[in-house]
Design a protein. Structure first.
Length: 265
């Protein structure tokens, strides 16, 4: 059976996080090996590896946490903290629902451009490329997508924007070609506190079905700042989060770029 996600895809996923100076590489690598050795399906292994990457900043705030079960469900992980068995349920808050589909299509185009460059000369083009696009980017049909893939390919070859690509920034990478979006911060990019509260309410409904053998169950809500769909600048009406009611023992909101954490409960 063909793998849904290749080992190379995961290496590239992890490599992007290596650019984050906060990344705890050794624990992450150890946890990934443990997941690899599990009987999970490849798709589930990839999902679990991606989830543990999102918890990297969490590990900096709680360095004494030791994960014991990385492959369980409901909650997502079980850890040990101060002689307590802690269940950790992880969920991502999507700030821009309309960007989710756009980002998925962009990632597919990035992968096709990466393949073209690696087939031509991996040694010459290896690196991490951050691309900024013009706002009128279109990819409603396959023909437009193919044109964009060629523009991305040419932009990296010429090290300057071509077609839909406005600019290119390159960072060192010793193994492969990796293409991603250029990070840009919108000073007025707000995350509505209601989205966080709605997410908590949905998780509250599932709480009775979580593992009852744990001493405490924590909910960790993550804003994946490496994702266009999840980024934010500030939380609007943050004081509303103080009103939350939940059976979870602790609730945190975490952003994985600078590692800022908000204790909601």
């Amino acid at each position: 059976m063909k793998k849904t996600f290749s080992d190379e895809d995961l290496i590239k996923n992890l490599s992007l996080y290596y650019l984050n100076r906060h990344l705890k590489k050794k624990p992450i690598e150890k946890y990934h090996r443990t997941i690899d050795e599990s009987p999970l399906h490849d798709r589930e292994k990839y999902r679990k590896k991606s989830e543990i990457l999102l918890l990297n900043s969490f590990m900096h705030h709680f360095p004494e946490v030791k994960f014991e079960d990385l492959t369980c469900e409901s909650p997502d992980f079980i850890a040990k903290l101060n002689d307590k068995k802690i269940g950790i349920e992880l969920t991502e808050v999507i700030n821009h629902l309309e960007m989710k589909k756009v980002e998925s299509t962009l990632n597919k185009m990035f992968r096709q451009a990466e393949i073209l460059l690696e087939q031509e000369d991996t040694t010459k083009y290896r690196g991490v490329y951050f691309l900024e696009f013009y706002p009128n980017l279109k990819f409603e049909n396959l023909e437009e997508q193919q044109e964009n893939i060629i523009s991305i390919y040419k932009s990296i070859k010429k090290n300057k924007g071509v077609g839909c690509v406005k600019s290119v920034r390159k960072s060192f990478h010793r193994r492969n070609v990796f293409i991603t979006h250029e990070y840009s911060m919108n000073l007025f990019d707000e995350l509505c506190s209601e989205k966080i509260l709605e997410l908590i309410e949905k998780k509250n409904e599932k709480f009775p079905y979580y593992d009852t053998s744990v001493d405490e169950c924590w909910l960790v809500i993550v804003s994946d700042m490496n994702s266009l769909a999840s980024r934010y600048t500030f939380i609007q009406d943050k004081e509303h989060l103080n009103e939350v009611k939940s059976p979870f023992h602790k609730i945190f909101h975490l952003e994985n770029l600078c590692g800022n954490i908000t204790s909601i409960k």
